[in-house]
Design a protein around this ligand. Structure first.
Ligand SMILES: C[S@@+](CC[C@H](N)C(=O)[O-])C[C@H]1O[C@@H](n2cnc3c(N)ncnc32)[C@H](O)[C@@H]1O
Ligand SMILES: [Zn+2]
Length: 307
């Protein structure tokens, strides 16, 4: 077993409990990563089945080893945005639970060669699936205006205009090839006071990573598809890592709990819409969990049950 592929799962027990696992049910782990959640689900199954998905080929290689002891598990290398097709190709019509633990794994962040982190000097990559446009292609190729928009929208970085201009100025001299080169350019574009507020490159690195991996475009629809795949009484649980993700998941799930959509001044309901889901209150990590794993501080668990 490759012990280097670690991931510290957040809200672990809360998440497993939220799925209300039945030993004969069918479950999908959309983001299997290091296999922590998948292992916990598989252990609870007898005649049930678990589909463990990840888009990262390195994660898939590890998952195949780690989950090999469980006959009930099928490991699938794909993007969970394709959940409907994945289940259809396996001949599965409805499932009893779907889990998505969004974002990058600790392994992806901590493995220097993946180029996700400003803590390690490495080629600027950031691709979970190791295919398509890399972070280097993005920072060296996109027009300044587009970089500014990405850094502002996906990083909520107020210095996006000066950072994007500094990136363009630097790449006119030579292409930006490494994480440290990018991090230094970002630092140089920020006022000294802002540089003391956490790592100056954090928001920009988050923004570029989200763009490279297409993490937010289509996420709402994907969560909608997860819900559609559920059998009655089935649950979808999504763990988000930052407010942008959380807003999308919340906006997708919250309306499912609403029935009637008629204007308030209508004397009787004419739409006939019934609530489709029970949506549970969002769960945040405890103070103890945050003290042990600072990365989890902004995470949220959202669960909905199909009625
Ligand atoms: C936070 S980690 C999940 C860790 C996992 N819950 C565990 O217990 O080890 C997120 C994982 O989801 C994968 N991932 C992110 N977006 C994905 C997508 N759209 N489709 C498939 N996998 C994705 C990443 O490659 C990463 O391995
Ligand atoms: Zn109505």
């Amino acid at each position: 077993m490759d012990s280097s592929f670690h991931h510290i799962p957040v809200l672990f027990n809360e998440t497993i409990d939220s799925l209300n696992i039945k030993s004969d049910g069918v479950y999908v782990d959309c983001t299997s990563g290091g296999g922590g959640h998948s292992t916990a689900i598989a252990k609870r199954l007898t005649t049930g089945r678990l589909i463990s998905i990840d888009r990262d080929p390195q994660a898939i290689a590890t998952l195949k080893e780690r989950l090999s002891a469980f006959e009930c598990v099928t490991v699938v290398h794909d993007n969970f945005f394709n959940i409907k097709n994945i289940l259809a190709s396996l001949g599965i019509e409805g499932v009893d639970g779907v889990l998505a633990d969004l974002g990058v794994s600790s392994h992806q962040l901590d493995e220097p060669s993946r180029g996700f982190s400003f803590h390690h000097d490495a080629p600027l990559d950031m691709r979970m699936s190791i295919e398509g446009m890399s972070a280097a292609d993005v920072v060296n190729g996109l027009p300044q205006r587009e970089l500014q928009k990405i850094i502002f929208d996906y990083g909520e970085e107020k210095f996006a205009p000066s950072i994007s201009k500094a990136i363009v100025k630097a790449r006119e001299q030579k292409p930006i090839e490494t994480t440290f080169e990018l991090s230094d350019i970002i630092k140089s574009a920020m006022p000294a006071a802002a540089r003391r507020d956490g790592h100056p490159a954090r928001k920009t690195f988050q923004a570029i990573r989200i763009y490279v991996n297409g993490e937010l475009d289509g996420l709402g629809e994907a969560v909608g598809d997860m819900f559609e795949c559920l059998n009655k009484g089935g649950r979808v649980s999504v763990i988000t890592f930052h407010s942008l993700e959380d807003r999308i998941v919340k906006q997708q799930l919250a309306p499912l709990a609403k029935g009637c959509t008629c204007p308030k001044n209508f004397p009787v309901c004419v739409c006939g819409n019934k609530p489709q889901a029970k949506v549970f209150k969002a769960v945040s990590p405890s103070a103890e969990e945050i003290a042990e794993n600072a990365r989890c501080r902004s995470s949220r668990l959202r669960t909905a049950e199909k009625l």
